[in-house]
Ligand binder design. Structure first.
Ligand code: MEV
Length: 312
């Protein structure tokens, strides 16, 4: 049995605008992971993907219009030059909630690519993993920016601009976040598609909002480098206001954001595709318990912590 895993992710700031060429910042969530194990399959079974949590078994290559995870397996084998693969059984397990903007699809695909490379004893670099998983993201999301596959494959905080690849994020001091789950599943594809329709109808308005988000991302980058939590919180608040105007927030997200701020968070915003999924709050560690409690009272079904630690 060979296995590999990959982390969840959160977009700290810049979602949606990143699809339109603006920068964004994303962080891995290393404690929340997807894992794939591979064993030899039964003779003549072909390649099967077992997803016990979803109660699904997917046969790779069964139809022309294949499942995105089956396509990931096929693409990875082709990339590694394994023309006649043996019978294989892949088993997926994931602790990442689905359709919450936490990168569950990218993490599962990344774990698949890494597990196949490990099974065939082939080294594969993060940029190669990221490029393969991007092809899966296109199937899941339609027009992804590439930020999710990049942050998950590199497993480190990144400043990302489409086409330019990841830049490392300099972290000047520890930053503590709370991730509050609305409990509302919201496929990224739908939110991204609606933003595109809005942008096509009112291009100047949307471009101005994307520019405002880009300005907040660059303020956030400077604040993170300086370890200035108050300035980062302001940038997050400003980005949430833009995301509301873009139309990707929701009553559930807005009440979590308001509750976090009222309980003393330094800043709060939706994170990821929006419409549901998660909100991200920046907190002073001394306030973390109080803010977490306020988030639960405001309807969060789960509240997780994440810390950005300074560069070594
Ligand atoms: C999804 O994690 C982030 C979005 O900006 C979509 C994308 O960048 O592909 C909403």
């Amino acid at each position: 049995m060979v296995s590999a895993s990959a982390p969840a992710k959160a977009i700290l700031i810049g979602e949606h605008a990143v699809v339109y060429g603006r920068p964004a910042i994303a962080i891995p969530l290393p404690d929340i992971r997807a894992e794939v194990g591979i064993t030899a399959g039964d003779l003549g079974s072909g390649i099967r993907i077992f997803a016990p949590d979803l109660d699904r078994v997917i046969l790779v290559g069964a139809t022309a219009d294949d499942d995105p995870l089956a396509v990931t397996v096929a693409n990875t084998l082709a990339y590694l030059g394994i023309a006649q693969p043996p019978d294989l059984a892949l088993t997926l397990r994931s602790a990442i909630p689905l359709a919450r903007g936490m990168g569950s699809g990218a993490a599962i695909a990344t774990a698949i690519v890494r597990a196949i490379a490990a099974y065939f004893e082939r080294a594969i670099a993060p940029d190669e993993v990221s490029a393969l998983v991007y092809r899966t993201e296109v199937l899941f999301h339609g027009t992804p920016s590439g930020i999710d596959n990049t942050v998950v494959a590199y497993g480190r905080p990144i400043y990302f601009t489409r086409g330019a690849g990841p830049q490392p994020l300099h972290i000047g001091g520890p930053l503590r976040f709370l991730i509050a789950d609305t409990g509302v599943a919201s496929p990224t594809r739908l939110a991204v598609g609606d933003v595109r329709a809005g942008w096509q109808a009112e291009p100047a308005h949307y471009e101005a909002l994307f520019d405002a988000i880009a300005a907040s991302v660059d303020s956030a980058r400077a604040a993170i480098a300086a370890g200035n939590a108050a300035a980062l919180g302001q940038a997050m608040d400003a980005a949430h206001t833009c995301l509301m105007e873009i139309g990707v927030s929701s009553p559930e997200l807005d009440s979590l954001v308001a509750a976090a701020r009222q309980a003393g968070a330094l800043g709060a915003k939706l994170s990821g595709g929006g419409r549901g999924g998660i909100a991200l709050a920046l907190v002073d560690p001394a306030q973390a318990d109080g803010v977490a409690q306020a988030l639960r009272l405001a309807g969060a079904v789960n509240v997780l912590g994440a810390t950005l630690r300074p560069d070594e």
